[in-house]
Each structure stands twice: as C-alpha cells, then as structure tokens.
Ligand binder design. Sequence first.
Ligand code: B12
Ligand code: SF4
Length: 475
Amino acid sequence: MKLLLVHPYFLELDISERAVMRPYPPLGLLYLSAYVKEHCDWDVRVFDGTFQTPVDFSELVASWKPDMIGFYANMITRHHVLELVACCPSGAFLVVGGPDVRHYAEQYVQAGLDVAVIGEGELVLRRIMEGFGDWSQLAETEGIVFSDPETKAVISRPAPKPTTDLANFPMPDRAAIELNLYLDCWQLHHGIRPISLITSRGCPYQCTWCAHHVFGYSLRKRPVEDVIAEMEWLHANYQFDHYWFADDVFTIQPKWNHALYQALATRPHLIKPFECISRADRLSDETIQDLVGLGCRKVWVGAESGSQRLLNEMKRGVTREQVKASVSALRHSGIETGMFLMWGFGDEGVRDVRDTVDMVTQCKPDQALTTVAYPIKGTPYFESLASKGDIEAAPFLDGNERSMKIQGQRSAATYRWASDWMQASLSAAKSQTTLHRVLRRIKSRYCQWRFEWAWRSDPCTESQRSASATRKLSD
Ligand code: B12
Ligand code: SF4
C-alpha cells in the first residue's frame, strides 16, 4: 500500500511570501511520515509543494498511484487542498488534517475528502491506515469526520486525547523532503542556513484570537534528550548554522530550558545561534541567562498592543510594563529583540494606537512586525465577533478568515499609516545622529497625521464610527 503525504503550499504562487522568502518545511507532515513509517508496513512519500508546482503533484500522483493521499490544511493552504483534490484519481482515498480542519471538517468532507482528521495526527492516521479498505473498522476511528458511504450523513467521532509522552513520536522525517532547498533559499536571501525544530506541543494560555485547534490548551514538552538526539542527527546530516525553534512559547518551562542549557554545555558543537518566540512573563533574568548560554540570537516577544485595556480584552495575561522590562532585559543581555504587534483588535481607537507606538518607541526593539487582527474560526475572538454580528459567516470556498470584513476595522491602508508612524518613531528613537533623529521625527509626525486623517475618513461602518471613533478621537 502507498501513502502520499502532501504539503499543498506553493511558494511560486505566494506573492507575499516571495517578498520575504522565509519558507518553513512542513514539520507536521514530517512527524506523521516518521511515525507511520515506524508503525505501518506501507510505502510512504511526502510531496512538498514549496519548491514545486501543482503540475508536479498531478504528475507524481499519475505515475506513483498512491492508495491514500493525506493533505495538510491551514487557512492559507485550504484552497490548494481543494484544487489538488480535483486532480486526484477517483480510486485514491483522500484524507485531510491540520489546524484548519477542526472547524471545517464537514465542509472538507462535502468538498470530496473521504476523511477529515481532527487534532494531533499520528495515532489517528495510523488507525486509518490499519483500517484501510474496511469501512466498518474505519468508521469507529476516534478523531475522524466522514460521510457515511450508504446514508451520506456526515459522521463525527470525537478526537482522542493527545499522547501524553512526546517521546512516543520519532523525530520528523526530514529525509523525506529536499531540506537543502530551504537552506539554500535562506542562504541566498538572508545569508543564514536555519533548520526549524519544535520542542513542545500545546499552549495553556488563552489569548482570544489564537487557535488551539490541534494540540489544545495543555502543554507537553519533549524530553531534553530527544531534542539533543535530533540536534545531533541534524548536525551529522545537514550544513546549517542556525536553529529556528518554532514552539509557540519557547521559554514556557524555564526548568526545561535550563536542562537543555546544561545538556548542551558538554556538547558545544551543537550550540548555534537561534531565534524563538516567547512571552514577556516567561522571560525572567535566569531564563534570559540560559538563552544566552544556549546561543540565542533573537527573541520575538508577542507584545500585541501598547494599550493595557486591549491586552486585557485579548486575555493576553501580560502588562505593557512586563513587555517593556523583558525587551530591555533581553537587549542588555546582548540578545536581539523582535516585537509582534496587532492592529484593529476589539474597539481599538486612535489613543490605543498611540499607546502602541509609544510602547514600541520606548522598547527600541531591533524589529517590530505588525499584522491586522483576523478572527480564526473557533477562537473566542471569532465567536465574540460572530455573536455581536460584527462578521459575516466565515468563508470556506471563497477566501479565508484573513479576507473577512470586521465591523469597525479600518482599511489596510489606514493601518499601513499606523505602521509607518510606528516605524518612523522607532527609527527616530534609535538614531545615532541629530540630523537623522530630526528627519525621522518629521516623518513620524507626518505619518501620524496621515494615519489620523485616514482614520477619520476611512469608510468603516457608521454605527462603529459614532459609537467608538468619536469617543477615541476626542481622547
Ligand atoms: C511555525 C509556524 C508558522 C511558520 C510556518 C508555517 C507552516 N507552513 O507550517 C510561519 C511563520 C511561516 C507561519 C505562518 C503562518 N501561520 Co503559523 N504557525 C506555526 C506554528 C507555531 C508551528 C507549526 C508547526 O510546525 N507545528 C508542529 C506540527 C507538529 O503540528 P501541525 O503542523 O499542526 O501538524 C499536526 C496536526 O495538525 C496533524 N496534521 C497536519 N497535517 C496533517 C495531514 C494529515 C493527512 C493528517 C491525518 C494529520 C495532519 O498532525 C500533525 C502531527 O500531530 C503553529 C502553531 C502550532 N503550535 O502548531 C502556527 C499556526 C499553524 N499558524 C497559523 C497561522 C494563522 C499562520 C498564518 C496564516 C499567519 C499569517 N498571518 O499569515 C501563516 C500561514 C503561512 C502558510 N503559508 O502556511 C495558525 C493556523 C490556524 C489555522 N486554522 O489555519 C497556527 C495554528 C497558529 C495559531 N495558534 O493560531 N506559521
Ligand atoms: S498567542 Fe502564544 S501565548 Fe497566546 S495562546 Fe497563542 S500560543 Fe499561547
């Protein structure tokens, strides 16, 4: 029997990613590949679309003739899944999994997928493979949604509890894809060769916009020795010079980071610069010292907003003072800092935007990245907007949550002025010369003025404008 696991993501077709060129290998599928190779006597291959085209997929399917095809779906790859399904031979059994599936399982099944898998994939995929060809056995598999072959009714089986011990899962099967294409791409565009790895699953925090659709709210860390073994294997098999720890919150368990630090002290050849993401409240002085010892180059802090009122509304669980303190502590330890910020959340007004610009200016991070808030279906943020009638039904076939119109949000152009204002203000704060500082301040004032003008004239809904903007502008 043959299984083809598919990453339906095509860099060539992604204009915004081509502007930044930071491609990321499909770790989830590589975990699945490693696991089912260990447990099922099937021939398993991975089609990674990143450096290929949909035509390459069609040719592979036509020549290799897989019995089962398993697609990875997130909100961005969703429409490719549906396009590729149309190219699959009618005999192939089609499965879909990934973060997009939990709240759209029925739609995937109606769109032609035989089975949609909810949550962590390893055990469920194994069960599907073991029950392959026998619907009565398959139909009992936990964690799947499917259409009953006779009645056509969509049936949903609750997802099993995630595995408690991540040591049960072998490390990702990177040999199944051309990882060197990623390394070469990074080398060409950024001058470094980073390899991504992940040391945990799940996040217990409750930030209202964040999707917990795969791993839920409980945290599981991999054993330190497993991570070391993975690093050793990477060291022996690839020419790379950075790690990219893709954990939701890399320093969530400070003891774990300290144990990694101690384990690496006797293996200096494994210490390489790396980037990771964390939260302001998980960056104590001790943790930062461990990060320094581990070779950390840059920490991205999810700061989101300089408005404490909005941070509370997001259930972020941090204060803006903690954000400022953590960015400052990282900088003083010699670690580069990046901040993630979000515009357009809740009833954000001009004053909240100003608070964010002020906070970033005071923090002086090396980089500050902004996004406009978007509601992922199934998150508390989505549910709250939906219950107030502030969004229309989430699109499935046409667009995704990023293209949804949210009542009260301004246009992308308005938020671009806010970002320009923030960047100019940050640049002025970091200026080395008076002339540069003065020029940047002028730019900052100009962008602020353009932002406030755009805010007033932006065609956001009238009800929102009267209820919120008038109040905020008079602040
Ligand atoms: C690293 C990361 C990125 C990287 C790489 C993205 C990528 N292509 O994987 C970057 C920074 C590029 C990125 C970008 C984005 N990301 Co991102 N990202 C992550 C992060 C932190 C880790 C991904 C990972 O490696 N997970 C580990 C593996 C093991 O998990 P997994 O991939 O989910 O796979 C498991 C299951 O899903 C399942 N499974 C997966 N595929 C299949 C297939 C089959 C057949 C089966 C049976 C099972 C199955 O089994 C796997 C093993 O258990 C996750 C959060 C998280 N912790 O997962 C967010 C996350 C996936 N990202 C998210 C989002 C929203 C985005 C963006 C849309 C953000 C944006 N503003 O544009 C973009 C989309 C980019 C793109 N082209 O896909 C959301 C997805 C929500 C959704 N419903 O789609 C997540 C869940 C974050 C969140 N909590 O909200 N992201
Ligand atoms: S945004 Fe980060 S800290 Fe908050 S719930 Fe999501 S992963 Fe956890």
